[in-house]
Design a binder for this molecule. Structure first.
Ligand SMILES: Nc1nc2c(ncn2[C@@H]2O[C@H](COP(=O)(O)OP(=O)(O)O)[C@@H](O)[C@H]2O)c(=O)[nH]1
Ligand SMILES: [Mg+2]
Length: 319
């Protein structure tokens, strides 16, 4: 299917075309870029929501519960899981898939999982492309699940408007050890697994952390959920809606939109630069030569990085 036809079909809500378009975007090929450029004018209608937090806190379970609540409210839902082990992917274990059956059988829900590593394009770059395609396809809500583990994952948050940070009262993932960077990007905080002991304490710790953080125009609310039993989702969707209203209507709306746009541009440029550096380095054998020099301590790694950047600059000059 040619990109122009793909664009038309995606815009018309064709699920197979959508799946194909996403495959191109993930591959970061010429067709993918053409599809994104062609669809961009249709984006901006969806509510985009990021669900982030450590592994095991219940993000996938919460995404499913959130999707159910959004469907109950009559909205269509696109789900992007940046996690190959997610139950939204074909590789998921059977038990997970059975628990998600109501969603997989629902024509108003589109799920897609993407590998978090391996492609040269940055994760944030790919995720924001996939979000844009789902938005253009007409889904009312697009939910992105990411493990908040590293810089890449934090940057994925620039792909969505409302970021929900999920924690639990369970040991190991205590609030104290939470990354500062994650606190800053979250607009809604959730203590999931509120059915186990310590949920109140976890919420109090979050409240204390927020109290010492610099004041923001939007104060992130702290909610409790039991995702496994679909509990607390009504309040969560209300808060997400409230944040979306705030983005559209508050006196800070313009400022917030600009901040998000800036974060997105910088993150996409960083990803593109990263990809370009790797492609140049590997494609022209520059990296291997530099590695020899640095490993033998004939050149220092900073100078070597400079040589690599110079090669990228020349490469760009040509392209
Ligand atoms: N007790 C309890 N367990 C939950 C809850 N939500 C999810 N879980 C369990 O936590 C485990 C990890 O869930 P999952 O959604 O895969 O977490 P993820 O790695 O953050 O995506 C699974 O065994 C879930 O059944 C909850 O609200 N309460
Ligand atoms: Mg998960």
């Amino acid at each position: 299917m040619q990109p122009t036809e793909l664009i038309e079909r995606v815009a018309a809500g064709d699920r197979r075309a959508l799946a194909r378009a996403i495959t191109h975007v993930e591959a970061d090929n010429a067709a993918g870029r053409e599809v994104l450029a062609g669809l961009y004018a249709r984006t901006g209608r969806a509510q985009t929501i990021g669900i982030t937090g450590s592994a095991g806190v219940g993000k996938s379970t919460l995404v499913a519960a959130l999707a159910r609540e959004e469907r109950r409210r009559g909205r269509t839902v696109g789900i992007v899981a940046v996690d190959p082990s997610s139950p939204f992917s074909h590789g998921a274990i059977l038990g997970d898939r059975i628990r998600m059956q109501d969603l997989t059988a629902d024509g108003g829900v589109f799920m897609r999982s993407m590998a978090s590593r391996g492609n040269l394009g940055g994760l944030a770059e790919t995720a924001s492309g996939v979000v844009d395609v789902m938005d253009a396809a007409g889904y009312d809500v697009v939910i992105v699940e990411t493990v908040g583990a590293g810089q890449d994952e934090v940057e994925v948050a620039t792909a969505t408007q409302t970021t929900v940070l999920v924690t639990t009262p369970a040991g190991g993932d205590d609030v104290q050890s939470m990354k500062a960077g994650l606190m800053e990007i979250a607009q809604v905080m959730v203590v999931n697994k509120a059915d186990i002991a310590g949920a109140e304490t976890a919420a109090m710790q979050l409240r204390a952390l927020l109290a010492i953080a610099p004041a923001r125009a939007w104060e992130p609310p702290i909610l409790m959920t039991v995702a496994r039993n679909n509990e607390g989702l009504d309040a969560l969707v209300d808060k997400i809606d409230a944040h979306q209203d705030y983005l559209r209507t508050s006196g800070h709306a313009d400022e917030e939109r600009r901040a998000l746009a800036e974060a997105q541009i910088v993150s996409l440029a960083r990803a593109a630069l990263h990809r370009q550096a790797l492609e140049t380095a590997q494609g022209e054998g520059i990296l291997a030569a530099l590695v020899d020099e640095v490993a033998a301590r004939r050149q220092d790694p900073r100078a070597a990085a400079g040589v690599l950047l110079e090669a990228v600059r020349k490469h760009w000059g040509r392209g």
